[in-house]
Design a protein around this ligand. Structure first.
Ligand SMILES: *[C@@H]1O[C@H](CO)[C@@H](O)[C@H](O)[C@H]1NC(C)=O
Ligand SMILES: *[C@@H]1O[C@H](CO)[C@@H](O)[C@H](O)[C@H]1NC(C)=O
Ligand SMILES: *[C@@H]1O[C@H](CO)[C@@H](O)[C@H](O)[C@H]1NC(C)=O
Length: 190
């Protein structure tokens, strides 16, 4: 009996402490709501179906603030780009056409630059350097665009790599919207 009482008491204490931690954290940093995710995903320039798919309101996502959401997306992009980069390298070495080999090699370089830009973006985000973050995201977008232009000269079209590039570009656009419409105090877009 005594043990039972003690257990409920300490559980109660944990709950109280937990509430205190949650409420004091919430004052500094607002978690995203389903409504805000909906607002992000229906903004102009956002691929809504992709956005709703990747920002499914799971407990993991709903535990993030806008800054956490951007970090989550950059980390996803970074993993995806590294993964695609390895495959591009294999293609660059395996293709029998020397023209296409240099095309793939250029994409390899652009993807390597994108990996660096994701790192730069994460550092800018951590430092609340939102102009730097905007530049970092913009740079990765441009790199994906340039690679796509290159890939479009290959026959037959390498749909796999084009789709991966489109995915990254779409994720970058979502991040720009979160940054400019939601995270920045002084909004550039609305
Ligand atoms: C939007 O994203 C989906 C993947 O969820 C993709 O199939 C589609 O091509 C994308 N649309 C555009 C315009 O990028
Ligand atoms: C990259 O994105 C594609 C398409 O959504 C997915 O199939 C793949 O698992 C992702 N790779 C990584 C490493 O996240
Ligand atoms: C590239 O070529 C090597 C040797 O010809 C082969 O072992 C490897 O599986 C190929 N990789 C791809 C991605 O085609």
């Amino acid at each position: 009996m005594v043990a039972h009482v003690n257990k409920s008491f300490s559980l109660g204490l944990i709950v109280v402490l937990g509430l205190f931690v949650v409420s004091s954290y919430a004052r500094f940093s607002m978690m995203v709501t389903k409504d805000e995710i909906h607002a992000i995903c229906t903004k102009k320039g956002v691929n809504s179906s992709l956005c709703f798919e990747i920002l499914k309101p799971t407990p993991e996502i709903l535990a993030l603030d806008f800054s956490g959401l951007i970090k989550f997306l950059i980390n996803y992009e970074s993993r995806n780009v590294s993964d695609t980069l390895n495959q591009l390298k294999l293609f660059a070495e395996n293709t029998t056409s020397t023209d296409y080999r240099s095309t793939y090699r250029e994409c390899v370089q652009l993807y390597e630059m994108a990996v660096d830009d994701f790192d730069t973006s994460l550092k800018a985000l951590a430092a609340k350097d939102y102009d730097g973050l905007n530049l970092g995201i913009g740079a990765s977008l441009t790199e994906m665009d340039t690679c796509e232009d290159d890939l479009l000269t290959i026959n037959p079209l390498p749909h796999f790599f084009i789709k991966r590039g489109t995915l990254i570009k779409n994720l970058c656009s979502i991040n720009l919207v979160i940054l400019e419409c939601f995270l920045r105090e002084k909004k550039i877009l609305s």
